[in-house]
Design a protein around this ligand. Structure first.
Ligand SMILES: Cc1cc2nc3c(=O)[nH]c(=O)nc-3n(C[C@H](O)[C@H](O)[C@H](O)COP(=O)(O)O)c2cc1C
Length: 178
């Protein structure tokens, strides 16, 4: 088994209070252009360390790639997405959020960047539904011959699950509640 410390993880989970909202904005390539104080508090980075840096600075190694593909596909297509995300702080702590991501447009409707708000999720939903589901996708992604194949297989599996449920990704996420 991989030593979690080798992945930069402390093993400590921290959580947002019900009235805390993490906000960030990015440019079209996903580089951070704005973060609120709550973002810097949870990420553990200063504003200077984050501005102009890819948002994967808070990526947690246990997040399946398929979730980020679904998110990017959706926002680049001009739509919003809701997704449960596990993030890693600079010191290796982790924190789960329910994220809403959306494109930002200029006066002509052109997408000029992206915007995300996150709040504390219901940890019962995270523990009982999201973690098992994400572990399932991680397993598919890691078992494949290449990262590309793994992502394609996980994506096909996700689409099959949604088709069986007759739900979109957002309908599925929001149907869980919390
Ligand atoms: C507005 C916006 C907010 C994002 N927020 C997060 C976030 O909180 N955590 C995260 O891991 N990725 C976030 N991402 C996705 C990252 O850009 C990236 O796709 C993800 O971390 C996967 O990184 P990787 O492709 O290097 O594996 C966000 C992207 C955008 C456009």
């Amino acid at each position: 088994m991989t030593d979690r410390r080798q992945l930069g993880l402390s093993g400590t989970e921290i959580s947002l209070k019900p009235d805390e909202i993490i906000v960030t904005k990015t440019d079209l390539s996903g580089k951070i252009t704005y973060g609120n104080r709550t973002f810097f508090k949870f990420a553990g980075y200063t504003e200077k360390e984050c501005l102009g840096v890819q948002h994967n600075i808070v990526r947690h190694p246990d997040m399946p790639r398929v979730v980020f593909k679904a998110a990017w596909d959706t926002i680049q297509d001009g739509r919003e997405i809701f997704a449960y995300v596990n993030n890693r702080s600079k010191n290796g702590d982790n924190y789960w959020v329910l994220a809403h991501m959306t494109p930002s447009r200029d006066a002509n409707g052109k997408i000029v960047g992206y915007h995300s708000n996150r709040r504390a999720p219901d940890m019962k939903i995270v523990n009982e539904t999201i973690i098992p589901l994400y572990n399932h996708y991680l397993q598919i992604e890691r078992a494949a011959a290449s990262p590309k194949d793994g992502l394609a297989s996980a994506y096909a599996d996700l689409q099959k699950m949604l088709a069986e449920k007759k739900q979109t990704f957002n309908e599925f996420t929001l149907s869980l509640g919390g």
